[in-house]
Ligand binder design. Sequence first.
Ligand code: ATP
Length: 263
Amino acid sequence: MIRFDSVTKRYPDGTDAVRDLTFEVPRGGITVLVGPSGCGKTTTLRMVNRMVEPTSGTITIDGQDIAARPAAELRRSIGYVIQHAGLFPHRTVLANVMTVPRLLGWDTARARTAALEAVERVGLTQEQARRYPSQLSGGQQQRVGVARALASGPELVLMDEPFSAVDPLVRADLQEEVRRLQRDLGITVVLVTHDIDEALTLGDTVAVMRDGGIAQLGTPTELLAAPADDFVERFVGSVVARYERYRDLSQAAEQHAREVRGG
Ligand SMILES: Nc1ncnc2c1ncn2[C@@H]1O[C@H](COP(=O)(O)OP(=O)(O)OP(=O)(O)O)[C@@H](O)[C@H]1O
């Protein structure tokens, strides 16, 4: 669905954030970009909705070069969820969720109906939809962020560290919710995290990034059972350590897959 072809991003100060990146994000499912701080995850994600413009190379969505589409129109067609939700504090939850439908020119009644549906879809009530963001918990605010990204029915949703700011229990709930929404709606999700555990739990496809490139792209089972090099092996190591009792990496990977499927 999304294809990066030799994409490079050099920021004006000379930082090479992404170097000659070529890879594909398949349609449907969750693709996770994971890697240490500064490896270029956010830059890669933000190039998909043209919040960041590549220095060279091409990005296509369903075969169409995104550079040929007006940036604002492209951005409205793609859901976007960020850490701390990024909600407008002086607007109610419902007004926040109505933002993109309104930008798309939907009339108030249609935008409102879509927003209420999205609010309910992420497990919030109509009463909560009338509140202001500060009157909700951090986890609930993140749910609003997800509802806002979904309200206009995009096929593609980008998520940048969406659960980093919430505690582990809430985080597990939100992960499950995103997994369920992805399946129910059949959308494509591209999610950035620095947490390898989250990547291996949520990702159908996981791209481990290093220095602006991809060290390995594969399923969680492939990464655990056959890390491409020492860097990937160290990175997935903390997860592998939990499966020490298994005789070899492929057994550990199978057990991990069973737990993820079961959970
Ligand atoms: N606007 C900018 N101007 C200059 N350099 C930037 C800019 N944004 C990011 N960078 C640099 O580009 C590199 C990649 O940054 P990016 O935010 O894409 O990485 P990341 O993997 O998402 O990191 P983190 O997990 O810390 O958010 C880093 O060295 C960063 O300092």
